[in-house]
Write a protein that binds this ligand. Structure first.
Ligand SMILES: NC(=O)c1ccc[n+]([C@@H]2O[C@H](COP(=O)([O-])OP(=O)(O)OC[C@H]3O[C@@H](n4cnc5c(N)ncnc54)[C@H](O)[C@@H]3O)[C@@H](O)[C@H]2O)c1
Length: 269
């Protein structure tokens, strides 16, 4: 493929390091001819290596805490200035739970942190959409994508408050997708991705076990970060113009599998 996204402009949130799904997406979108600004929370930019990515993609970096309406307004305004017009795509690739970081169990949640989880990982998606609508920052047929996980539908012991954040994220995609589609023909979707070895992913305790379990339960195996980047590029393209308000499973078939021969053999031992 080449030039799938030629002439398209956008914003990519969430590239922390080269394992990040957003990092791989930035490289893919660049390869496909898209232009974009990169953004992350100021603190993450100090920890990460985003400038290396910015150089590789010839992209400008604009810091923004995705929970701050002021930062988001500045990000959209500056991005339109830098890129010379309205935008065609936005990737929201953001997730963080202070409760998970601090190893809190589901029966011992710190509620201030719980609210932070929801604000950073879900409400920020609404803030991004509302800021873009108020500034009229998106072209018709623009595509906004958020990243979700199947814990929105099924219980996972150590995913704790992130499960509610993902359920809320998917719900925002439906509600805002309906509004934005009607008003401006902008589409909004979430992609529910396989477990992936990134900073956010491996921060969940027991990650290696459910990574291996998902691998065995998925006829195609787990989808990698590179696979996810390819799918996002397609979702940004004109080939998916009529797809909106969906939670799109990108999981090698995991979500439709009851059990697989692979697991039967493993458990028969
Ligand atoms: N890794 C997995 O197993 C997996 C599976 C399904 C979905 N996802 C989702 O994919 C998305 C990207 O995560 P990843 O796996 O690439 O991990 P990652 O740790 O590389 O990315 C998470 C990003 O969120 C950013 N972030 C945190 N707080 C922020 C804030 N206040 N403002 C702006 N940015 C902030 C971080 O700086 C980081 O860049 C997340 O939504 C995650 O939940 C991950």
């Amino acid at each position: 493929m080449a030039n799938l996204l030629k002439g398209k402009k956008g914003i990519i949130f969430g590239a922390l390091d080269e394992n990040s799904i957003a990092w791989k997406t930035a490289l893919r979108v660049k390869e496909e001819g898209g232009e974009f600004t990169l953004t992350n929370a100021p603190i993450a930019m100090r920890l990460g290596t985003i400038n290396k990515l910015a150089e590789a993609c010839n992209a400008q970096v604009i810091a923004a805490d995705a929970t701050s309406e002021t930062d988001l307004n500045n990000l959209f305004t500056k991005s339109m200035e830098v890129l010379g017009g309205k935008l065609d795509f936005v990737l929201h690739s953001i997730g963080m739970s202070p409760n998970i970081r601090k190893g809190k169990e589901y029966g011992d949640m710190n509620y201030e942190w719980y609210l932070k989880t929801l604000d950073i990982s879900a409400l920020s998606f609404h803030k991004v959409l509302q800021a873009s609508e108020k500034l009229d920052a998106l072209n018709e047929w623009a595509s906004v994508v958020g990243l979700s996980y199947i814990a929105a539908q099924r219980a996972y012991p150590d995913y704790t408050d992130m499960a509610q954040a993902k359920a809320m994220l998917e719900s925002i995609a439906r509600s805002y997708g309906q509004r934005y589609g009607t008003k401006k023909k902008v589409r909004v979707n979430t992609i529910s991705q396989s477990p992936t070895k990134t900073t956010a992913g491996t921060g969940i305790s027991g990650f290696d076990v459910f990574f291996d379990f998902a691998e065995m339960m998925s006829p195609l195996g787990n989808a990698s970060a590179e696979d996810c980047a390819n799918y996002i590029a397609v979702m940004f393209s004109d080939y998916t113009r009529m797809v909106t308000m969906q939670n799109l499973m990108h999981d090698g078939g995991f979500s439709s599998s009851g059990i697989t021969n692979n697991l039967i053999e493993r458990l028969s031992k």
